[in-house]
Each structure stands twice: as C-alpha cells, then as structure tokens.
Design a protein around this ligand. Structure first.
Ligand code: ADP
Length: 244
C-alpha cells in the first residue's frame, strides 16, 4: 500500500471523519460551584475544563490598570493528560499557549467597564489529543459568558491541518503528529480572527483553504456554544418567570 494514503481509507480519516468534519463536541456550562463562570468541553478525545474568576481586585496591585481590567489566562496540562506522564508545572509551551489564548479572548472582553480589576481564566487540560489550545479557548469563552463578563461576542476556535497532502479540519493526535501542517485559529461570530498560528509548511493556496475550513469549523462550534448557553440560561430563567 502507498504510504501516503495511510491516513485515509475510502476518502475517510482514521476515525471515520470526512476531511471537512469536526470531532464530536460536548459542552457543559457551570460545572464548578466556586468559580464565577465555568465550562467543561470535550472535543474528540480532548477533555478540558475552564474556570473564570472576576472581575475582582488585582493582586499584586502594581499590575492594576487605571482605565481597564486586565485579563490573565493560565493554560495547564495535567501530568496525566498525555500518554507519557508530563512533568507538572509551567513550561515554554504552556506560556506560549497561555499568551496567545489570552490575546484571542481579551480583544472581545469589554475591559473598560472594570478599571483596576482583573479577569482570571484558568484552563486545565485533563486529557489531550491535539487541539487543546482551541478546546481551551472554546471552554474559556463559554465560561466568561457564564461569569457574566461583558463581551462583544463569543470566541470560537479550531484548527485545520494538512495530512497526506489533504487539507483537513480539526486534526486529531495521530494526524497532528504525522501531518505536514497545523493552523489553529480563533474568531468572533462576525469572522474577525483573534488567533492565527501555523506549524509546518503550506503553499499560499493550501493556507487559504486551511483558513477557510477552520473558519467554517469555528462557525459550527459557535452554534454549539450559543445553544448550550441559551439552554442553560433559559432553563434558569423559566421557573422565575413562571412565579412572576
Ligand atoms: P494543541 O494541543 O493545541 O494542538 P500542540 O500542537 O503543541 O498543541 O500539541 C499537540 C498535542 O501534542 C497535544 O494536544 C498533546 O496531545 C500532545 N502534547 C503536547 N505537549 C505534550 C507533552 N509535553 N507530552 C506529551 N504530549 C504532549
């Protein structure tokens, strides 16, 4: 068998997906009692939890901004989240993921409403299978909404990649490991890109196709995020409106 074709069988991927198909997504809102907002997400075999605290007073105080809130984002992979135990604690990769994820979300948070305060976002990866930064951003976005943080809109995130010469949506671990490129993005419902990274090599045309595919993926994720939030808050609102 031709080695190049090993990631596809009859046009489908190793897990049976079409090239333009996302992995199954499950989102739960408000899973942590002691956080102001929280969300648990599964995207394929990724399992990620996000907790949001704030707006609250900034510590240490010299970090305060007089005209706006600051946003902090900590991405952490549990040592048991990957096949070979990961050394606990921050590393270069987690600093990078935290930085780009913070920037992906901060641009839609209305920080000027809360001078001198901080919005803290904690993302814990419980199980990793490629795409944890995008899963973390999706969960964090829903957790921010759950915390009632004013935002211009939700942020949705997913990656497209190149595997065996084909552009595919939402690469899983095997595809990410042996693939030729990975392009994670995040965007607003209006199509404004707030995260764009690329690992590997793509031609201009391939890059354009990967970006378009990832945008379609983000739109699909947005629909799930929106539906989950509407379901949660309409069910909370319902009993009160019945009593009124
Ligand atoms: P992302 O998870 O956002 O796709 P990467 O492309 O850096 O980020 O990582 C791809 C995948 O590689 C991760 O989802 C995880 O499954 C695996 N991985 C990352 N870091 C480690 C690590 N330190 N040890 C083992 N596996 C890791």
């Amino acid at each position: 068998m031709d080695e190049k074709l090993s990631f596809f069988k009859d046009g489908l991927r190793l897990d049976g997906r079409r090239p333009d198909e996302l992995r199954p997504i499950k989102i739960e809102v408000g899973v942590l009692e002691r956080a102001d907002g929280s969300c648990y997400i599964e995207m394929g075999d990724n399992k990620v939890i996000a907790a949001v605290y704030g707006p609250r007073e900034v510590h240490p105080r010299h970090l305060q901004e007089v005209t706006r809130a600051i946003v902090r984002y900590r991405y952490n992979m549990a040592s048991f989240s990957v096949e070979e135990r990961k050394r606990p604690g921050p590393d270069r990769r987690s600093y990078e993921v935290s930085k780009v994820s913070r920037e992906a979300l901060a641009s839609v948070i209305l920080t000027s409403y809360f001078p001198r305060s901080v919005v803290d976002i904690f993302v814990e990866v419980l199980q990793a299978d490629a795409g944890t930064r995008t899963a973390g951003i999706n969960a964090a976005s829903v957790a921010l909404a759950d915390a009632g943080i004013p935002m211009k809109g939700l942020i949705s995130s997913c990656a497209a990649g190149k595997v065996d010469g084909e552009i595919v949506l939402d690469p899983m671990k095997a595809e990410d490991n042996f693939g030729e490129a990975d392009v994670p993005i995040a965007m607003t419902p209006g199509g404004e890109i707030t995260l764009l990274q690329m690992d590997g090599r793509l031609s201009r045309d391939e890059f354009r196709r990967a970006l378009e595919l990832a945008k379609v993926g983000c739109q699909q994720i947005y629909e799930v995020q929106r539906r989950v939030l509407v379901d949660r808050y309409s069910s909370i609102a319902a009993p009160e409106s019945c009593e009124a």
